[in-house]
Design a protein around this ligand. Structure first.
Ligand SMILES: N[C@@H](CCC(=O)N[C@@H](CS)C(=O)NCC(=O)O)C(=O)O
Length: 213
């Protein structure tokens, strides 16, 4: 184990938020981490101490080895590279690195804004100038990719792309802003068989209880 592996990740976390994705990622990696609970309901994200970590006042964030990283997909990408023994990122030079990065970016740049369109019932913007095209286009694209996932987005190999896209899909279906298409449900079920995701769900439930008292 290198020094980088040994150093614990400080994880700014709130249950029931995008930080769940990072919690799942840390559990997949078996990385050492310490949770700093940011109670969003109590407004802790706006405290001067937390704004010094993330001026956006949003979770998740991590601090590791002298670096602060924010943005869920960037954090997951960073962690996969920082803890390579888990094999969750195809190496630079591996042809799988291309589709891997594509799906990592597709989560926040296409799936998320499409979901917000749906949740906010936003009027459609011209498809040509909208990076994600449209909600329907994103759903159809995902349906194709997830339908062909055997069993994962990159084939046999489970990667961080499954954590980012799978987490977003599970969240979207949970909030009824992504339809429970058979392809999505079957993929989510495969992911839920993973012990790391089961641990994340259990840890999350404990923290949610702590916050609601
Ligand atoms: N682009 C950010 C979004 C983070 C985000 O919006 N987090 C929400 C929780 S899911 C948050 O912290 N909300 C609290 C607030 O904005 O006051 C990411 O991908 O990490």
């Amino acid at each position: 184990m290198t020094e980088t592996h040994r150093q614990s990740v400080k994880f700014y976390y709130s249950p029931g938020s995008r930080s769940s994705t990072v919690l799942w990622m840390l559990e997949e990696l078996g990385a050492p981490y310490d949770i700093e609970l940011i109670n969003l309901k109590a407004g802790a994200q706006h405290s001067p101490e937390y704004l010094a970590v993330n001026p956006m006042g949003k979770v998740p964030a991590i601090a590791h080895n002298g670096a602060v990283v924010t943005e869920t997909a960037a954090i997951c990408c960073y962690l996969a590279d920082a803890f390579p023994h888990a094999g969750l990122a195809p190496a630079i030079g591996d042809p799988l690195r291309g589709p891997y990065l594509k799906w990592l970016f597709y989560g926040p740049s296409c799936i998320e804004p499409a979901m917000i369109d749906k949740a906010g019932d936003r009027p459609p913007t011209p498809r040509g100038m909208t990076g994600w095209g449209s909600y329907d286009l994103v759903i159809e694209t995902l349906r194709g990719a997830v339908g062909n996932a055997s069993p994962y987005l990159l084939g046999e190999r489970f990667t961080t792309a499954d954590v980012v896209v799978g987490s977003t899909l599970r969240f979207g279906m949970g909030f009824k802003i992504i339809p429970e298409l058979p392809e999505f449900v079957a993929y989510a079920k495969r992911l839920e068989e993973r012990p790391a995701l089961q641990r994340q769900i259990a840890i999350e439930a404990d923290y949610a209880r702590q916050i609601t008292g």
